[in-house]
Design a protein around this ligand. Structure first.
Ligand code: TXA
Ligand code: MG
Length: 299
């Protein structure tokens, strides 16, 4: 398959199996929430965990993330390569890809096919490891195809991955912090930035949950069959409500709409946001997980 076919698939909102030097990724247009929702669905992720945005160079990284001197230093030293930098988000990566956080994880991969695709496509591309949730990351073309190939419109064969371990993830939100060890070592990073703080226990398990931004200002009432007086209603399936997560009752569409629609409903200053019951299968589990968090029903 050609690079141009893969770039075209991304523009259409389709997914691409993408070789990188670390592991195979399942790639989508980072700016297209519906495409991003397909990634979560294909991986069967039980909840939305933020995704890494892949870009072609440091200039492109700085359009989507606010870089300080430390970030520029790391980028100069290790990009292109297996290092992911977490920094405050700017524009261009959808809410869903960031799991509603105001931060973004970004990296410039080194694999020639990944670089060619990023250049042909011209925008940020999210690419989590191409495995189904809970399974090892694929490091061979065939493994990637077996795991999530069915969800991809194009699969690029880059041969075996050189690194075979996911990228090092460093957070630069406060003191530099190692969120995930990888091929760029602690020593190499500390040589530039000084001692690295440890990932907080919670960050290690699931960084997407550390600081929740899911909850709107208005209280959220879930499993609501109908709105009460003064409430905004987020429907699912056929309804006269101005807010509808998916008129067709499609969970992928509902997931893609969720954060934006909670915000839109919130802007009407309702007494509460009531949300229709969402089926719990497939992506519905993730949607319900976020809704329960937004409603404060999770300990
Ligand atoms: O090597 C890699 O990084 C591969 C290849 C395909 O590039 N991708 C990858 O993506 O491993 P994924 O989604 O499997 O892992 C992304 C990691 C997760 O641990 C996620 O929690 C963390 O990065 N992450 C993403 N965005 C974050 C953010 N805003 N803050 C903190 N951690 C974040
Ligand atoms: Mg992974």
């Amino acid at each position: 398959m050609s690079i141009e076919a893969a770039a075209e698939a991304l523009r259409r909102g389709d997914l691409v199996i993408l070789p990188t030097e670390t592991v195979y990724g399942l790639a989508a247009d980072a700016a297209n929430p519906l495409a991003v929702a397909k990634v979560y669905e294909a991986k069967g992720r039980p909840s939305f965990n933020p995704l890494i945005a892949h870009v072609s160079d440091v200039a492109a990284a700085q359009r989507i993330a606010a870089f300080d001197d430390r970030a520029r230093m790391l980028a100069r030293a290790f990009w292109p390569g297996p290092l992911t930098i977490v920094a405050p988000a700017r524009e261009g990566v959808s809410d869903l890809a960031r799991a509603g956080l105001d931060t973004v994880a970004v990296r410039v991969p080194a694999h020639p096919l990944a670089r060619q695709l990023l250049e042909a496509f011209g925008g940020p591309v999210v690419a989590p490891s191409a495995n189904r949730s809970g399974r090892p990351s694929p490091t061979r073309f065939q493994d990637a195809v077996e795991e999530t190939g069915a969800a991809a419109a194009v699969a690029l064969d880059g041969g075996p991955c050189e690194i075979g371990l996911e990228s090092t993830v460093v957070s630069l939100l406060d003191e530099p912090r190692l969120l995930r060890p990888g091929a760029v070592t602690r020593r190499e990073i500390e040589a530039l930035l000084g001692p690295l703080a440890e990932a907080q226990a919670d960050a290690k398990r699931s960084p997407g949950r550390m600081s929740l931004h899911y909850a709107p200002n208005a209280p959220v009432r879930i499993d609501a069959e109908a709105p009460r007086e003064g409430e905004a209603y987020l429907a699912f399936g056929p309804s006269g409500s101005p807010f509808n997560l998916s008129p067709a009752g499609d969970l992928r569409e509902a997931a893609a709409n969720l954060f934006a629609m909670l915000r839109a409903a919130d802007r009407t200053n309702p007494a509460a946001i009531a949300v229709a019951p969402i089926p719990h299968e497939g992506l519905g589990e993730a949607v319900n997980d976020r809704l329960r968090r937004a409603a404060g029903n999770i300990g």
